[in-house]
Design a protein around this ligand. Structure first.
Ligand code: AMP
Length: 279
């Protein structure tokens, strides 16, 4: 049975009892509307910890766009059923007032790696992420937290945050889970129209083609420019970014002298898709 807990105090008592008996607690922070990407994190947590907490909290602080927040899909009954099937111990689903009570006044802000890419296009987003993760780590007292590579920059930010603040938690990155046609799973994908859904996997294909060209020695800028043209011609909307960055520090990469990651964010109708791949 997966127990649903909404209050931090109740969660604390539960976790304290687990820890007294020497158990390692794993947490998977999510915003719900769970899909196989989230469940893969729950499975990793199950394997690498004794007790698993999945948190579901649509964090208003990390949305820079109120319509995106309003339209964010929510289905707690289905989430609970999926977590039951994975043998998750606790679904922690606090209300907004539980996380941000009256008088809440602290923002956690990571500098540097939060500035480009998502940080440039979603002002305040990573402050929201860093703040809520700090809170969730404090509330769950977990020893391990599982994050998806789907949000590559976020994973780097959380790693930096826990390192910088000496948080007693290990951050574990897990691979991106994709639909059969290559589209990275995302809760927002349900908002795509049938036509958009058909086009969406082109993003991954085009990125893979560009990565292949770069590996074959085509100059990075040329390969990325070709990919941008292809995406535009295919019918995508505005491109926020398509870039090659170093794995270490997310600095712009002009060649493959260091391990690199290709990252993209692009609009399709009113849905913003993000993806990233190793190059
Ligand atoms: P979200 O609910 O979108 O905030 O995501 C919660 C966690 O699930 C984050 O660590 C995401 O990176 C991860 N996640 C989301 N989609 C995927 C996916 N397709 N594959 C792997 N992890 C994912």
């Amino acid at each position: 049975m997966t127990q649903v807990i909404r209050k931090a105090a109740e969660l604390r008592d539960k976790v304290a009892a687990w820890k007294r008996s020497g158990m390692l607690v794993g947490v998977v922070p999510t915003m719900g509307a769970l899909h196989d990407g989230h469940l893969s994190l729950a499975r990793a947590a199950r394997k690498q910890s004794d007790r698993v907490i999945v948190t579901v909290f649509v964090n208003p602080m990390q949305f820079n766009n109120t319509s995106d927040l309003d339209k964010y899909p929510r289905d707690e009954a289905q989430d609970l059923a999926l977590l039951e099937a994975e043998g998750v111990d606790v679904l922690f689903a606090p209300g907004v007032d539980e996380v941000y009570p009256d008088g809440f006044a602290t923002t956690v802000s990571v500098a540097g790696i939060t500035e480009p890419l998502e940080g440039a296009f979603r002002p305040g987003h990573f402050d929201g992420v860093a703040t809520v993760c700090s809170k969730l780590f404090g509330m769950t007292q977990a020893g391990r937290a599982f994050f998806g590579e789907k949000d590559w920059q976020q994973l780097q930010v959380v790693q930096q945050l826990t390192r910088d603040l000496n948080m007693p938690i290990r951050i574990i990155g897990c691979p991106t889970i994709r639909e059969e046609d290559g589209l990275a799973m995302s809760s927002r994908n349900v908002r795509l129209t049938a036509e958009e859904r058909e086009l969406a996997p082109r993003l991954h294909t085009v990125m893979q083609e560009a990565a292949g060209k770069i590996r074959d020695g085509v100059p990075v800028e040329g390969a990325l420019n070709d990919a941008k043209t292809e995406l535009k011609d295919a019918g995508f909307g505005a491109l926020d970014y398509l870039e090659l960055r170093t794995v270490d520090g997310l600095k712009p990469a002009t060649d493959l002298s260091q391990p690199a990651r290709m990252l993209a964010a692009i609009w399709l109708g009113d849905v913003r898709l993000i993806d990233n791949i190793a190059v």
